[in-house]
Design a protein around this ligand. Sequence first.
Ligand code: ADP
Length: 241
Amino acid sequence: MSIIRYKRILSTNAKAKALAEDSAPEWTVVVSDIQTHGKGRMGRKWESHKGGLWFSVILRPGILARSVPMLQFLASNATRRAVHERAGVQAWTKWPNDLVLDSGKLAGILVESKSEGDMVCFAVVGIGLNVNQRMGELPAGATSLYEVSRRKHRLNDLMEEIVQNMKKEYRRLKNPVEIFDEWWRNCVHRSRQVQVKTRSGVVKGMSSGIDLDGSLLVETGEPALEKLVEGTLRVLNDQSE
Ligand code: ADP
């Protein structure tokens, strides 16, 4: 693994994509103390102040373009396990790309890729993990490892553990059922009532599974099962909402 370090960068994903275009090998990692233009989904901003772990990994997985969402689930599992093993914090996965704790959002993952025909040429897996920031340094609805464990954590150890976990999981891309199973076992909204805002409206119902293409299955009753490929999810309080 070759690591390229910055103190400040616009976006680690943007830099990793440029390097990948320039034939950088698989498992090249770009990490920065600060991102001034960190990205979330759909052009949203990812706040990346000092104290958090902001990095992107270049992959050349040789998978079909339509299988790219698997990488997001693989990276969520790898990050969730590293946070547990290194920091002793038990986080939950949340569809499509977050890790959460009861107190808020801990991490976000953004996968970007380039394909030729049906095949992926490269993918860049961006991981943003709130580590040592304090409450006042976090956006609304966010939390950090420091906030829950009350101690500082070494960013580099966490990053290396996450990348090692990704490497271990890599062979599972051939049989992604295991990736999705692990993700779903640790999902905060497994069999719970959810509300998902999609581009075409709001869907409410019981979140009942993840399909092999990464879409969320929601039992609404009308029709019985909706399959959502994108959206922003909120877990509802089972009784009152
Ligand atoms: P979503 O939460 O809908 O999955 P994204 O994954 O695209 O959205 O992440 C962007 C959103 O995450 C922002 O609109 C903001 O609400 C929130 N956010 C931004 N920076 C952070 C951060 N460091 N920690 C937690 N949440 C953040």
